[in-house]
Design a protein around this ligand. Sequence first.
Ligand code: 6R9
Length: 630
Amino acid sequence: MEETFAVKLEKKRYLPDPRCRAAARVPDYPRAYREFMRDPEGFWDRVARELVWFKPWDQVREWNYPYAKWFVNGQLNITASCLDRHAAGDRKDKPAIIWRGEGGEEERVFTYDGLRREVMRFANGLKLLGVGKGDRVCIYMPLVPEQVVAMLACARIGAVHSVVFGGFGPDALATRINDAAAKVLITADVAYRRGKTVPLREIALEALARTPCVERVVVLRREHPKVDLDPDREVDYADLMAAAAPSSPAEAMDAEDPLFILYTSGSTGAPKGIVHTCGGYAVGAYYTTKCVFDIKESDVYWCTADPGWITGHSYVVYGPLAVGTTVVIVEGAPDHPDPGACWRQVRDLGVTVFYTAPTAIRMFMRYGDRWPAKYDLSTLRVLGSVGEPLNPEAFEWYYHRIGGGRCPIVDTWWQTETGMHMATTMIGEAMKPGFVGKAVPGAVVDVVDRTGRPVPPGTGGFLVVREPWPAMLRGVHGNDERYRAYWNTIPGCYTAGDLAVKDEDGYIMVLGRADDLIVVAGHNIGTAEVESALVSHDAVAEAAVIGKPDPLKGNAIKAFVTLRAGVIPDDGLSGELARHVKKSLGPVAVPAEIEYVDRLPKTRSGKIMRRVLRARELGMDPGDISTLEE
Ligand code: 6R9
């Protein structure tokens, strides 16, 4: 998107029940925001004091544009706030995790004390494998409690985890393992999805043929009979636990030590390893979980995300456990074995706070009202949405059919890079379908033109953050230039890469990505990764992929492919290419449509101009094409 542009805005609004405003953790948003703006450091200082620190900080924030430090010289371990303090107090026997297998037949419950003991033992297991502070550990697992245990165990000993979503294929996994130079890989024999098994370990072994950095592999064996392991390299999860000592003190970490790396797709080149640190991230994830979702002691909280994505890191694992709530985790597809599966879990477990993605809401919408209507959903009190724009139709359906017209919806805008919610409609404020709302207390979010000047209401522009915030990314692993690019594009601002518009009241509507990232069913897919997977097929010369609006997935991938000389596309080729991409990157990255073309539009310097393809496909003006080659 080159310049600012006019956008027509919806006017509809919903006023929340005054009772939920009065009872909210932040009962007066305008006042809370004003207080934050008056003294940002004082605001975050007060929040940080609610967590466990081993050594207090000397200074709340040090801003050396574009490098920030938060809670300077403070020491902590996030697991002390997530586990020890609850296990030592009133929440000892409170369920920390209620896990259910697909379909809900299998259930495992971990109390705060029980989870702490699992984490400490696995932390010692990692030490037995030679893992220490600062080492990178890759976690490639299904949505099982052991995935959460593995993350927390890394945090316990100061190892840096890099979780790779279990839906990714061997190439995507190998790239991420090598970029982080992970020493240990933690995986499982299989994941269960739609009644089928996904052979995670086999995929991992394929990746491991190209990852010399990995010394040892931990395998959680779920199937019977158990798969055979390679004794030289692999170790069984249960055996490792049995060999490990039970108690493990939480390693004292500097607030600015890295906590994890999480990969997000860049617009060009390899995926970016976003680095988050121990102190600021903990504070940001904790505050937003507590206040945006308004978590109370009796809540049962379910975020449907996988920890393979940032939503799972901040709002399945670290935020909710730091708050001390009960977290529901369900493996498998939410519409299996039938489209009521998700709502049955809400009823059976008495879920009160439910957080999911627009793509799931649209899927449930398509199945029809009769599925949620079969279940008593009256325990629900807060609904959340994340990952892509929640279109007004989906908002209405979610609000009425799931929330019974009673529950506020928090549509939360944020990113892997931001680590925490940045904009939403805080509980108690009027909700506007299609709009995420305003900045959360603690963040300064704006919509600007390319010089950094705020654009007037109704004019689209770039979504930016003006001030550093505690959970902001501290770097891109091994690539400072890519980090600096976030702060160099628009003067004085962090550029999110999204387009947005504000209305007269300052409510923000997110319009989508300004770059070449495609958000498919809530998953960020980089054009570059899909293109390189296509090009790795013998028949393909070049490829360009674009996102095309899709009623269900938000966006679907369309690929334009030029074939190698002499290759004639026959009926089977598209299917073969789709399988090829699936094998390499996983099912989320498979193009929905493939078109064979003679050549691709390119700049003179040889860069493919995807926006020209997108404009042609959607019947829009391609904008400035002065750099287009002949
Ligand atoms: C948390 C997460 C980030 C991108 C982001 C934007 C889109 C996220 C949104 C939203 C509209 C929302 N996005 N939340 N768009 N409304 N409430 O999804 O992180 O995977 O890094 O994706 O997702 O485009 O820039 P991540």
